[in-house]
Design a protein around this ligand. Structure first.
Ligand SMILES: Nc1ncnc2c1ncn2[C@@H]1O[C@H](COP(=O)(O)OP(=O)(O)O)[C@@H](O)[C@H]1O
Ligand SMILES: O=P(O)(O)O[C@H]1O[C@H](CO)[C@@H](O[C@H]2O[C@H](CO)[C@@H](O)[C@H](O)[C@H]2O)[C@H](O)[C@H]1O
Length: 461
């Protein structure tokens, strides 16, 4: 490919992409690390990996590029620019004529330059792809209605935890993750690094955030009924989700083993929670009134005198990461928190950390309509009370399902769970202050409610 104009075109195009992580800084330089021509001719497909230098460091991105002598109208929205008069450059993920080569290469376990394509089962190579419109930090292609292939945009050397855990869960025979079909990787700094993974597309699935939101809307539509009295009660789904979560934790433990975190390391974890609290209180003063009670919860964890059993966990667990299908709840996206370094994301943790993540999500589902100021009539105190009741009911049901299916009993480990939940809520305070200030009230409201409750009522419903 004639690369002379490529840098200029990408400098304009990258900051407009949802997945580009460096939007807040100027791009100092772009260099092409690999350019592998996977499809020759017109159109051609260049599988390109670039390094983008910005203040604060250099990130690597995967940018599959299509080149055509003429760009048809249906691809205009994917245009990046013209390399010369007869070379139109565009985002190849939008061109099914090109994306089919990934299916063919995975099916054939092809090696092409730095790229290796692998499959673990038969793949239909005749399917057209459509890029998913979902707001996400990567790009997913849906082939027919059979496969979903997630292309990781920002690359980290090594195996992506999503692929690593999906392979382990497949080995353990988990029934709560989509079937894995294949993946491709590239050399990066001498290490084989995941570029994409392809799984079964859950065509009958609806994500948990949408389902929980519908239940909450049902509740607010009824002036006086309690969460257990409205048609859209979600508690039995929450209980089943708890059970599915425990089963996935059991399978992760079987696939990757468990370990003991000694009290000194638990203290170090509590110290990190405390440090985050201090930093967040200075950035968001509204949190300061609760600092004392939050500190008490972190201190209680620091004083734990027994080791904690740790294992690989989901790491970024919330209602947007689970789908309800005809055959039950499925868990997605085992990447961990993308902003964290890979070693931290792969480090074993206590499974109640995931439980705490989901408890936060129930609070969010209950409170987000109120925070948005959407047209819900009624007395604000009464609405707050009803939101808390919905959250408590579903939190308790989730914990019950988790314990009954063999997970570490949340009710018997409330002190540990509370510390994880408060830490996540403090993280959310910073996250919302930076990203969605109108939602700041959600984690603050939860902290106010949970921290002023007697400890013995923490999981009460
Ligand atoms: N196997 C699947 N079947 C159907 N939809 C899926 C599947 N995997 C992901 N999705 C949809 O794509 C969205 C983004 O997927 P996710 O793996 O969370 O990507 P990202 O890591 O980029 O956020 C999910 O919220 C879900 O709606
Ligand atoms: O899914 P991501 O890894 O991008 O996680 C980030 O964004 C999440 C928002 O989508 C944010 O989650 C918070 O909001 C959710 C509702 O939008 C709620 O269900 C979660 O419980 C709540 O934490 C997450 O914190 C952030 O890291």
């Amino acid at each position: 490919m004639r690369l002379e104009r490529l840098d200029d075109l990408l400098v304009d195009w990258l900051p407009r992409q949802r997945w580009f992580a460096g939007k807040d800084r100027a791009i100092d330089a772009i260099s092409v690390l690999y350019d592998t021509e996977l499809v020759e001719g017109d159109p051609s497909l260049h599988h390109v990996i670039i390094a983008v230098r910005q203040a604060g460091g250099t990130d690597r991105y995967q940018v599959p590029l299509g080149v055509r002598s003429e760009l048809p109208g249906r691809l205009e929205y994917a245009a990046i620019g013209q390399l010369d008069d007869d070379a139109h450059l565009y985002d190849a993920v939008h061109d099914p004529e090109l994306t089919r080569v990934w299916l063919e290469n995975m099916a054939g376990n092809v090696d092409a330059g730095p790229l290796t394509f692998r499959s673990i089962t038969g793949i239909d190579t005749e399917l057209d792809s459509l890029a998913s419109p979902a707001e996400q930090s990567n790009t997913s292609l849906i082939y027919g209605d059979a496969y979903i292939c997630k292309l990781f945009r920002r690359l980290t050397p090594g195996i992506n935890p999503d692929l690593e855990l999906s392979l382990g869960l497949a080995r353990a025979g988990s029934k709560h993750v989509p079937e894995l079909y294949g993946w491709f990787s590239s050399d990066l700094d001498g290490t084989l690094s995941t570029l994409a993974m392809m799984s079964e597309f859950l065509r009958s699935g609806t994500d948990g955030w949408q389902l929980a939101g519908t239940s909450v809307r049902d509740l607010y539509a009824e002036a006086d009924l309690r969460a257990d009295e409205v048609g859209g009660d979600f508690a039995s789904e929450s209980e089943r989700l708890g059970a599915a979560t425990a089963e996935v934790h059991r399978d992760l433990a079987a696939a990757f083993g468990t370990g003991e975190m000694p009290p000194a390391e638990v203290r170090a974890v509590a110290d990190q929670m405390h440090a985050r609290l201090v930093e967040t209180c200075s950035a968001v003063p509204q949190l300061a009134p609760y600092a004392g009670r939050l500190t008490d919860a972190f201190d209680a964890l620091a004083e734990l005198e027994r080791p904690l059993t740790v294992q690989r966990v989901h790491g970024d667990y919330h209602l947007g990461q689970v789908m309800r299908t005809d055959s039950g709840w499925m868990l997605l996206d085992f990447e961990g928190e993308p902003a964290k370094p890979l070693e931290e994301r792969r480090a074993p943790a206590h499974p109640l950390r995931d439980v705490a993540g989901m408890l936060r999500s129930f609070d969010y589902a209950a409170r987000h309509l109120l925070a948005n100021g959407q047209a819900i009539g009624g007395d604000p105190d009464q609405l707050e009370f009803r939101a808390q009741e919905w959250a408590d009911r579903n939190r308790a049901a989730f914990c019950r399902g988790y314990a009954e299916a063999g997970g570490t009993d949340p009710a018997a480990n409330e002190m540990v769970l509370r510390a994880f939940e408060f830490d996540k809520a403090v993280y959310e305070v910073m996250y919302e202050a930076r990203n969605r200030p109108s939602w700041l009230q959600i984690p603050l409201g939860s902290i106010a409610a949970l921290s002023t409750r007697p400890e013995s009522d923490y999981l009460a419903y």
